[in-house]
Write a protein that binds this ligand. Sequence first.
Ligand code: FES
Length: 99
Amino acid sequence: MLEIKFEVQNKTIEVEPGVNLREAAIAEKIGIYAHIFKLLNCRGRGLCTTCRVEIVSGEVAPRNDVETKNLAKPLKKNPNLRLACQITVDDNLVVRSHV
Ligand code: FES
């Protein structure tokens, strides 16, 4: 089992290796979306960029093409942004969401 600590929500969950970060948060009722985007999001397709997080600690794969393309503008302001829906969890993580 791996641990994911959600810094802003001050919650830690245990997950199996290989789970999707967004789905793990939703399964544990941890809100990673701001405001209305809880309802209005792309359901994990990497298109809406509303599931933005920062990986504070832990190893994750580098940004994929979807993240690189769709986060191009926000990355100019914050180069640490990732999309939770595009991250596979294979390490203990500390995550900062932007809710
Ligand atoms: S849920 Fe839309 S980009 Fe992640």
